[in-house]
Design a protein around this ligand. Structure first.
Ligand code: NI
Ligand code: MN
Length: 227
């Protein structure tokens, strides 16, 4: 398995034969190294409806035929766009042909702003545990620090943790490092920082605070690889 980072919260997972994109915010993302027209994933997983996560989901799903897995209200909105969507919700898990997905809690908001500035309600925000090939990759989405991160990691030990450190909208470096001490993943990759002025932070400061995991600060296009 290969887990690559593409700026902001964009993560691509490549297993034996399947490609999964999480929160594919490509156009308008100054840190992203991907091109929308080159993406042919088997599945797109969305943590929540905010535009910096929903991103280019619709064109990518249309050109690739990817199944979009999202919180129920967001999945409904996506299915109205003529895209194949699978609704899930917090606490639920499901085995797909590309791997197992479990939605976890996130303390955040969730809505989508359309081109006409209509605000669509997109349900509760979440995090996503992706389990395949004996590994658990946890993309926590946008969230504050909360103690049940520990509970969830006890239930499902984490190999790679993707955690927001940008502050302002989510945990900052200090809270994120504390979250790592609760979760105890093997590897932690900081995400959701330096994309915009509001979330400018130093990932090396975050790394200096982490004692319980190997920190891998990935540049867009870099990856964690297993076997
Ligand atoms: Ni958000
Ligand atoms: Mn965000």
């Amino acid at each position: 398995m290969k887990v690559s980072y593409h700026g902001h919260s964009v993560v691509k997972i490549e297993t034996e034969g399947k490609t999964i994109l999480i929160d594919p915010f490509i156009n308008g993302n100054p840190l992203c190294d991907l091109k929308v027209e080159e993406q042919m994933p088997d599945a797109i997983l969305l943590t929540h409806g905010h535009n910096d996560h929903f991103g280019d989901t619709i064109p990518i799903a249309k050109q690739s035929g990817a199944l979009v897995v999202a919180p129920n209200e967001l999945a409904n909105y996506i299915s109205w766009q003529g895209v194949n969507a699978h609704p899930m919700h917090i606490g639920g898990s499901r085995q797909f042909d590309f791997g197992k997905v479990k939605f976890t809690q996130a303390f955040h908001g969730s809505s989508y702003v359309t081109e006409n500035n209509d605000i669509i309600y997109t349900g509760m925000p979440g995090g996503i545990m992706f389990m395949a090939e004996g590994l658990n990759i946890w993309h926590t989405g946008d969230t504050a620090l909360f103690s049940d991160l520990k509970l969830l990691a006890e239930r499902h030990p984490v190999d790679v943790l993707l955690i927001p450190i940008g502050d302002n909208f989510t945990m900052g470096p200090d809270d994120a490092a504390y979250a790592v001490s609760l979760i105890k993943p093997k590897i932690v990759v900081p995400i959701h920082y330096n994309t915009f002025d509001y979330i400018k932070v130093d990932p090396h400061y975050f790394a200096s605070l982490v004692e319980d995991a190997e920190v891998q600060i990935l540049k867009p296009g870099e990856y964690v690889k297993f076997r």
